[in-house]
Ligand binder design. Structure first.
Ligand SMILES: Nc1nc2c(ncn2[C@@H]2O[C@H](COP(=O)(O)OP(=O)(O)OP(=O)(O)O)[C@@H](O)[C@H]2O)c(=O)[nH]1
Ligand SMILES: [Mg+2]
Ligand SMILES: [Zn+2]
Length: 483
């Protein structure tokens, strides 16, 4: 079954590539059908108040994405249908002239997707992105006319777009973050759509106006300011490739930084944004996941009288929203056997807790893993493949992992959770074939093993999903590269 991106109907693909809904009948691009059949589709939707910068972000992101080959060799992003191509052309023309102000997006019951194919940027498999840029007016109407947000039905990642400046200073209707989320939830429940398992990405826009002091707003945390100011890819469109070669895009390093920024912004949100604390709790309560990113589509405000950008576009961190969406989607195609090795001592909270271990198991399973759970030093799994580690005990064995690894199938991926000390035979790993197939998760920076390709310091459960999805994606890539 595939989804028609124009009318959202699920259907068997037709020989003709025409949608079989008689009210639609749209032609589907062959590449779209191919990716949809393989499950390589990521659906995204923007959701936010009018004029908070949704379309500006999408247009700016597409400008950067069209130049992605400058930082990832062999990668490209291209339109998959005429409407998308025309839209991209129009934006390009506007960016050249500085007249970047987007038209107000009209509310429309029929979603209009931007259909693009992404080859090799932040993912090893070719994927089709289906992006619905909703009208802010649709949010305003969502309470009484939920069909205007129907496009969010099939979306895995919702970009909840918020301009903090507009919310603080141009907000006569008194919207707060928790209220926006309630509106979304109510509309989804009116449409009988569950949001369990979806990801909510809060996208703070117009960050250029948040730099420095801003009336009515708590200053951004210094790490976030620095992150915005130091985007090596803020002028991808106009910077020659040769110049960008000194900043090659390293997926894992870049993503690790994004995770940190997300945590800092989450804290900033609960502390300083109206309704922020309630919002975070509400999302978690619904079984969805929440992450944060911040960007500026233009890098500076438009001139007030003629709406022209006074200087060249500086798109700060606009790619992050796309990278998040790709990472949160993760590989779903084939099942990967995973050995999860738990810490020797079990505690009430943190990495060595029952709750966190089960969370690792669940996230690994959700991202295509088929998981067996091991105690250090024991060659037989304590919880065999497919069994949730529901009653983990402290283990009194010598803390060795070699015996476990020696008994695994060669294609297995290993996730090793370490709380106090690395296993005694840990160094042996470096000379083994497991080095690329093992994710080490530790509680403290001192335990980080330098030279290990996959190593993460654990601070809270929210990191588990993106962490394991990135790791499994890597293992999957290594597998497809083998002859
Ligand atoms: N300073 C600054 N202003 C921005 C930025 N992005 C958007 N704006 C301003 O915000 C206005 C609204 O942006 P849009 O992208 O059209 O907003 P939208 O959320 O799509 O609005 P609707 O289509 O009505 O839902 C633009 O005309 C710009 O003037 C930015 O990065 N920085
Ligand atoms: Mg718009
Ligand atoms: Zn259709």
């Amino acid at each position: 079954m595939i989804m028609c991106p124009y009318c959202l109907t699920m259907q068997e693909p037709q020989q003709t590539n025409l949608c079989n809904n008689p009210h639609c009948g749209h032609k589907l691009a062959p590449k779209y059908v191919e990716n949809a059949r393989a499950g390589n589709i990521i659906c995204l939707g923007t959701f936010g108040l009018p004029s908070h910068g949704k379309t500006a972000l999408v247009s700016s992101l597409m400008q950067s994405a069209q130049n992605i080959h400058k930082i990832v060799s062999g990668s490209f992003v291209r339109a998959l249908d005429n409407d998308t191509q025309n839209q991209l052309n129009e934006w390009s023309a506007r960016y050249k002239s500085g007249q970047v102000k987007p038209a107000v997006t009209p509310p429309d019951e029929r979603p209009r997707p931007l259909l693009v194919m992404n080859n090799k940027f932040a993912t090893s498999r070719p994927i089709t992105l289906v992006l619905y840029d909703l009208a802010g007016e649709a949010l305003v109407r969502a309470g009484s006319q939920p069909e205007y947000v129907r496009a969010l039905n099939k979306v895995n990642t919702i970009w909840c777009v918020v301009s903090l400046d507009d919310m603080a200073n141009k907000n006569d209707a008194g919207y707060a973050l928790d209220g926006l989320f309630s509106t979304y939830l109510d509309a989804m429940s009116d449409l009988h759509i569950s949001i369990k398992g979806k990801s909510i990405l809060v996208v703070y826009t117009k960050a250029d106006v948040l730099l420095g002091m801003q009336a009515g707003l708590a200053p951004l945390p210094p790490a976030v300011e620095a992150y915005l100011r130091n985007d090596p890819y803020d002028q991808l469109r106009d910077t020659p490739g040769a110049q960008l070669r000194q900043w090659p895009f390293d997926e894992d390093t870049y993503f690790a930084e994004m995770l940190k920024i997300s945590d800092i912004l989450q804290e900033y949100t609960t502390d300083f944004v109206d309704g922020g604390g309630a919002f975070v709790s509400m999302v978690q309560d619904t079984g969805a996941e929440v992450y944060f990113t911040i960007n500026s589509a233009f890098g500076s405000p438009l001139e007030e009288n003629n709406h022209i950008l006074p200087m060249a576009v500086r798109a700060m961190r606009v790619l992050d929203a796309l990278i998040w969406a790709i990472r949160l989607d993760g590989p779903k195609t084939s099942e990967q056997e995973v050995a999860l090795i738990v810490p020797a001592s079990i505690e009430d909270t943190g990495l060595g807790s029952q709750e966190t271990i089960v969370r690792f198991y669940e996230e690994l399973s959700a991202h295509g893993g088929y998981v067996a759970t091991y105690y250090p030093g024991q060659i037989e799994p304590a919880f065999p493949l497919g069994n949730s580690p529901t009653t983990v005990q402290p283990s009194n064995n010598l803390e060795l992992i070699g015996p476990i690894l020696d008994h695994l199938k060669p294609d297995t991926a290993v996730v090793l959770l370490v709380k106090d000390a690395l296993p005694m035979d840990f160094v042996d790993l470096f000379a083994s074939r497991w080095i690329d197939r093992l994710l080490l998760v530790v509680t403290r920076r001192e335990l980080v093993a330098t030279g290990l390709p996959h190593c993460r310091v654990f601070t809270h459960d929210g990191e588990i999903a993106p962490m394991v999805s990135a790791f499994l994606a890597h293992v999957a890539t290594a597998r497809t590269k083998k002859p």
